[in-house]
Design a binder for this molecule. Sequence first.
Ligand code: CA
Ligand code: CA
Length: 422
Amino acid sequence: MKKFWKKATALLCAAAAAVQMASFSAFAMEPDNIQVLALGDDCLVPAENGSAADILAAYYGGVAVNRAETGLKASDLLSDMKTDTALQKDIKQSDVILVSIGVNDLIAPILYENTDLIDGSKYSTLADLTNGLTRENAFLVDARLYNIMPGVVQETAKNITSVMTEVYRLNPYANIVIQTINNPLAVDFNVMQNEWGISQNRTAAVGELYGYINVYLQGGTTNGGTEIPEGLNQTIQSLPNVSIADFYASYIGGRGEYSMGLILSDIEHMNMHFTPVGQVLLAAAAIASDPLLAEGDGKVIANAYAETGMDTLLAADRASMDQIIQNCTGNQRKTYELGDVNENGQIDTTDAFRTLMASSYASIGAKSTLTPGSRRAADADGDNAITMNDAYLWLMYTSMIAMNVEVDLETYLEENGRGLSV
Ligand SMILES: [Ca+2]
Ligand SMILES: [Ca+2]
């Protein structure tokens, strides 16, 4: 490290003394593609229009990798990340990491583990489940869960925190986004009664279950008296080093608004996969979660939204949710060139300093300061990490340019290890 500073200081002085900058030739070396990773559960499993990760990858002009799995719990994801080296590699190589986790941890005890009261596995539609459920059973479920849910919520919160700590440990340079957990039973009860013909009492039973899940997510006390001091979404909201894609509130809706579950997910078929419009919302909420994520092609979002055919309905019925999507449709993708970390069209010591800052922030455990594009631009040695070595390579390069040394960027970077490590 000492050696680096000595070299860097000498080079900086040389660079600062000169005014000449390296500007781009037609043969400037291409940076690697931005990679978007989907990690976690059902919500990010691709719909017909792909997953939110595919939409985001198109928005950045990059590539998507999807490692989401139906039914995955926080504990599963945690153990996968510790043992699956291919998964670790995917995390290390990604610029934007989308995480959805926690909903299965809550749903399992309610719908699948108290089979004498409710056996969710027997039903293939929410209508059938509702018709098989009495309000009394719904209350008994709450009583049954009284003793275990505070522990389940606590354990899940611990696992979600560990998952996010581990993602950040593996890749402190990426923009990491976790979504708040939606309540899968936040559905429009009018549809259940009027279109599916389910009685008010049966619908109210689902309403009871919905109410319990809300307390597990947002904290408080259930009808049966189960006290949850901190809900899972409250834990998620306070996670360090990550940004929060939050649409929990607009999913449920305010007073007088109906809940969006039947539109954004396939819960109608007892399936928590998100629908095409749900995936667009997930992508837009991720973009909205951090100003660093804004630099992308808003037309991708606008087109994906229009293709779902749900844009008019959402605009009319849930303005708060439509707004999350509309907010990113005007965004523009910046072109990024290798070395031009601040995206101003030239490579100079400012870019080297940005690279240095990004590597320092990561080393002291602070959140990423680079956009996905500038992260790729900063990665001189192409190892998918932003380290002192990248800062050093840019300092050396700009110094040589400043001193009128003839240097070809591609040859220079290749001679200094670019393309050797993956
Ligand atoms: Ca620059
Ligand atoms: Ca690097």
